[in-house]
Design a binder for this molecule. Structure first.
Ligand SMILES: [Fe+2]
Length: 216
């Protein structure tokens, strides 16, 4: 992954952030079922790299006057709380833990207080109920959600779920909250047909589940 628009100093610090986060995640040889989704061989290429690519791509088209370094650091660290100090199976509150992790990681690298607070603001904006206050935050929120929509995320979660019913309930909620986070009209327009179709699939599943037997 190469960020052509940013300088060498950025690359050096970003590499350190990346490597530390990578070490935090379950490694390839980890076979704990609950953490399989967060293993480095899935989570980095299939989510984190997609988010970083989208931060860069969307910034070129829709957010040209934003601080790309802030947005990329937030894109990298926004889900750290899924692993950092996680004590339960539920991912609830992971944005807050990601903020704490980001503060701990960015300060020793010499980033200013103002920079760190901006990154934290972007991370908070990945939470569905949060209203982004910075253009960088809106960029990261869109990039995170769009990355989910264009990746295998929803199908992968099915594979990592214990049972189909809890997966479909999760999918229904996640689809809605993910699509809501996308505010760029062109992206909403592009995704609208697939969202409609996914909803049709969910509705079909529920109908068939309610009527499992044929009656003659
Ligand atoms: Fe994410």
């Amino acid at each position: 992954m190469k960020f052509t628009t940013l300088d060498e100093r950025f690359e050096t610090r970003f590499k350190t952030l990346y490597q530390n986060l990578y070490k935090l995640h379950p490694q390839i040889d980890s076979d704990e079922f609950n953490l399989r989704y967060l293993r480095v061989d899935w989570f980095f290429p299939q989510h984190i790299h997609n988010v970083l690519n989208q931060v860069e791509e969307l910034s070129k088209i829709y957010f040209q006057n934003t601080d790309l370094e802030v947005a990329l650091c937030a894109g990298l660290l926004h889900d750290a709380g899924l692993v950092y100090q996680r004590e339960t199976a539920s991912p609830l509150g992971h944005e807050e833990r990601s903020v704490e992790y980001a503060r701990n990681e960015l300060a020793p690298l010499g980033y200013s207080k103002e920079f760190i607070e901006k990154v934290c603001e972007c991370i908070k904006a990945t939470e569905p109920a949060y209203t982004p206050k910075l253009p960088e935050a809106l960029l990261v929120r869109n990039a995170d959600a769009y990355a989910h929509m264009i990746s295998m995320h929803f199908f992968a979660k099915s594979n990592f779920s214990q049972d189909i019913n809890s997966f479909v309930n999760w999918f229904e909620n996640k689809l809605e909250s993910t699509y809501t986070k996308i505010t760029i009209p062109e992206l909403r327009h592009e995704l609208s047909p697939i969202v409609t179709f996914y909803k049709k699939m969910i509705s079909n599943y529920k109908t068939q589940k309610m009527n499992p037997s044929l009656t003659f």
